[in-house]
Design a protein around this ligand. Structure first.
Ligand code: GLC
Length: 666
């Protein structure tokens, strides 16, 4: 690598947008400590993009462990090592970084498209354990007038953590409850785990055993590991028959009114196996009564810590791939991918015209066709807000447009400032979900003081106002292989823009510069060109629009403000907010445009529920604003006949900073 070459990519992983200087591994890992010393998270996204004298994309299609030494062993050497040689390497050339990504994305297929309600705010917690607690959360949203579209059901909704069951003591009339919640405007989203409880009489366990749907050990016996319910079998998702069987099980919940799922623990996470546990017990037995010194004590400690997700366990079970026994370890990274594929394939065949919300924790390149991902068990740390900012463009490179982090942080206790700043960034990510772990402090938007509730209400109202823009940009990116979120360097080629890691381009019109540090009321922002700055504090209060000049700008950002930058000759579209996505008024929009010469925006929309858009049934409204002189602009609109928009409230800012406002009816 040349001294200033940049290496992008690797999708979900630790580190910066530029991956140089570290060693990474692709091995889907159930690891809740996303610290900088780690080399793998839950996903394996073996795509890198080199920006040097030449720009080049490389995709390593390999299902096992593969290491990317990006200037770690030797600062100028990039070396990639797979453990076996059954690897396909794709070299992708193009005119520029974005073009390379587009070519790669066109090769790996179109990104998953969720229903439109999944762009609303979603609230989760491990766990809201029963119908009463979920109702209380929903009522709190409405009482506080905070918009929300979905509430999550974490593992405690199940009977003894058994997939596809509902605990009747907690949800006495589940279908009715789902209906009631939907009438109030909330979807319920249950979790599905990979491992299925080993228990006589449990239909999923018995059907799987009868039909050889589970992974087996070296003797051909169903492999047993342990997760939440204790002992489980792992469905062999690499076997198409298992996929069809498991995928169809989601229908049981769908028939009760469920429209979205999150697939979890599908690296797969294994707390322990019998063998692993036995080895640990033997060790304890051996050393009982001894004086443990530095070596023996730490040896004991590391034996205990390595019981979970152990390589020995991953090497001890097999998949049936076209009749051949394939060791799990060699194809480890395809497991979560195929679990999500199972669900998605089943939705497509059983409900071909309906879109479902579906996302996964583990993934591999290509899974983006079936669902989105969330970035797993982060912590309520400022560093993890920063990490989530840096991960978003890398995820977009590999097609995971529908993605987001646990807003507010999953593990550890959050505080009002962190939840506020995280939400202020999260409103730009397609998946916007606040989620927290068992035993942590409550962090719903109304859980802090009334000032924070007010700020978060405004922030989330702004998210809903942004949905027409977010949805339009998302859908266009999914169609064309463009990135919904990009690093600055994909559009601006000056050396400073190439190095900026804490500002992002969101869609075609916006740049965001989030606050991601504690006790901070401002920050430096690099502007590669003049941009229009709007410090948003109320979504419908368009005030103080001003041109920020190119170069470094220090921007004051109060706790209730979101600094937003509209690029030159671009247009931002805003809708009305509503208590959920369905309530957003779709016949009126507001636009803010920064027009130097001429700006055009193509606003895409569709029914948000079906797949009719694939057959060309969607609306397009093309808005063109062109300059006549300093005071006069022409606003022209063109539609494909399906747009419902009747009225545009416009705010045009000239290059001299004058704001021209008015209404255009269509
Ligand atoms: C895993 C998931 C987390 C979930 C928890 C309990 O840690 O990543 O999101 O809350 O399991 O199901």
């Amino acid at each position: 690598m040349g001294k200033r070459d940049i290496v992008y990519g690797l999708g979900e992983n630790v580190g910066g947008i530029n991956k140089r200087g570290s060693l990474y591994e692709s091995f889907c890992s159930d690891d809740f400590d996303h610290t900088p010393d780690k080399s793998s998270l839950y996903a394996a996204h073996n795509f890198i993009l080199i920006d040097g004298d030449k720009q080049i994309g490389l995709f390593f299609d390999y299902p096992g462990k593969i290491a990317f030494d990006i200037g770690y062993t030797h600062k100028d050497i990039l070396s990639i090592t797979s453990e076996k040689s059954n690897i396909d390497i794709y070299i992708i050339e193009g005119d520029n970084l974005l073009h390379i990504v587009q070519k790669f994305r066109n090769a790996i297929g179109q990104s998953y498209v969720p229903p439109k309600w999944a762009f609303g705010f979603q609230q989760s917690r491990w766990s809201y354990p029963n119908d009463k607690s979920i109702t209380e959360v929903a009522d709190n949203f409405r009482r506080n007038k905070i918009p929300c579209d979905a509430i999550y059901m974490d593992i405690d909704y199940m009977e003894d953590y058994k997939n596809f069951t509902i605990d009747k003591t907690k949800f006495p009339n589940f279908p009715n409850f789902v209906k009631e919640m939907k009438n109030k405007g909330f979807r319920l989203v249950p979790i599905i785990d990979a491992g299925c409880k080993k228990e006589d009489g449990y239909d999923i366990c018995e059907e799987g055993l009868e039909n050889n749907y589970y992974c087996v050990d070296k003797n051909g016996k169903p492999f047993v590991g342990a997760v939440w319910p204790g002992k489980v079998h792992f469905p062999d998702f690499l076997n198409p028959d298992t996929r069809e069987w498991f995928g169809d099980k989601y229908s049981g919940l769908i028939e009760q009114g469920i429209e979205g799922f999150w697939n979890d623990m599908n690296e797969p996470a294994i707390f322990y196996s019998e063998d692993g546990l036995q080895k640990a017990f033997d060790k304890i037995e051996d050393i009982k009564g001894q004086n443990l010194d530095i070596y023996s004590f730490f040896d004991l400690k590391s034996t205990m810590l390595s019981i979970s997700n152990s390589m020995d366990d991953y090497k001890s079970f097999y998949h049936n791939v076209d009749g051949e026994m394939v060791n799990h370890y060699d194809v480890h990274n395809l497991y979560g991918y195929n679990m999500t594929r199972a669900a998605s394939d089943s939705f497509s065949s059983n409900y071909p015209d309906k879109r479902f919300l579906l996302f996964s924790r583990a993934s591999y390149v290509g899974m983006h066709r079936y669902g989105g991902i969330w970035t797993g068990d982060n912590k309520s740390w400022w560093e993890h807000l920063e990490l989530s900012i840096k991960m978003m463009p890398s995820l977009n490179m590999v097609g995971f447009l529908y993605s987001g982090a646990d807003v507010g942080g999953f593990g550890c206790n959050s505080n009002s400032e962190l939840v506020t700043r995280w939400t202020q960034f999260g409103i730009f990510t397609p998946l916007l979900r606040n989620h927290a772990a068992l035993g942590t402090r409550l962090q719903e938007p109304f859980s802090f003081d009334s000032e924070t509730t007010d700020i978060l209400r405004n922030t989330l109202n702004f998210r809903y106002a942004l949905i027409p823009y977010i949805y339009s940009e998302f859908m266009k990116s999914s169609k064309t292989g463009d990135m919904y979120i990009k690093p600055l360097s994909f559009e601006y080629r000056d050396e400073i823009s190439r190095r900026v890691e804490d500002q992002l381009l969101v869609g075609d019109s916006l740049m965001v510069a989030p606050i991601y540090k504690a006790n901070t009321f401002g920050r430096n922002v690099w502007l590669p060109e003049d941009m229009l700055l709007w410090k948003v504090n109320k979504y419908n209060n368009i005030e103080g629009l001003k041109i920020a000049p190119s170069g470094f700008n220090y921007i004051d950002v109060d706790i209730d403000e979101i600094p937003l930058f509209i690029k030159r000759d671009r247009i931002l579209i805003l809708g009305e907010h509503g208590e959920n996505v369905a309530a957003i008024n779709s016949d009126e929009i507001t636009l803010i445009a920064f027009v130097d010469n001429c700006a055009t925006y193509k606003l895409y929309d569709d029914d948000g529920e079906t797949n009719q858009y694939k057959a060309g049934i969607f609306s397009e409204l093309i808005i063109t604003i062109s300059k006549r002189d300093d005071e006069l602009f022409n606003i022209e609109t063109k539609t494909n006949g399906l747009s419902k928009i009747k009225k545009i409230n416009y705010n045009i800012v000239t290059n001299k900073g004058r704001v021209l406002s008015g209404i255009k009816t269509i």
